[in-house]
Design a protein around this ligand. Structure first.
Ligand code: HEC
Length: 129
């Protein structure tokens, strides 16, 4: 009988430790979520233009539509239908990244993280920041 009681108490201690450690991991998870860049203000110059420079500008030089080169791209894409602040559906450039219309870049879709940066930037008002 004593042995059984001893076993039960050991099992209780293990269960208690398990439940405590799961709380601990929940806390860590919350911290990771809080650090997610979703909370950050996306910068056109630091986050968006480098994507254009790396993946688009070779085919979109200054004489093309849209011009995606450094210094020209912002005005080229925000004065028409390419980017409509806070409106993803009306933003043709965003739709091309999703390969919904005129898939861009044609060779391979951008990584989801980069498409997400463009999405957040448009949702945040497509600032020239
Ligand atoms: C390999 C060359 C190439 C690359 C790389 C490329 N484009 Fe294009 N893009 C084109 C051509 C050619 C057109 C015009 C013909 C067409 O619409 O398919 C075009 C058209 C577009 C249009 C207008 C679409 C329309 O329906 O009017 C947008 C917006 C665009 N590109 C954005 C981008 C973005 C953003 C990138 C980078 C993520 C990119 N492109 C990369 C060649 C390219």
């Amino acid at each position: 009988m004593k042995k059984i009681l001893n076993l039960i108490s050991k099992a209780a201690v293990v269960l208690l430790m398990l439940s405590l450690s799961s709380c601990y991991y929940d806390e860590i998870l919350e911290e990771v979520i809080a650090d997610d860049p979703v909370d950050e203000v996306i910068s056109f110059a630091a986050d968006i233009q480098p994507i254009f420079t790396e993946s688009c500008a070779s085919c979109h030089p200054s004489f093309s539509e849209p011009d995606l080169t450094v210094g020209n791209s912002y005005s080229a894409i925000t004065d028409g239908t390419y980017i409509v602040p806070e409106d993803l559906n009306a933003s043709l450039l965003y739709q091309t990244l999703l390969w919904e219309v005129s898939p861009m870049p044609q060779s391979e879709q951008l990584p989801a993280s980069e498409i997400n940066l463009v999405k957040l930037w448009i949702e945040q008002g497509a600032l020239d920041n």
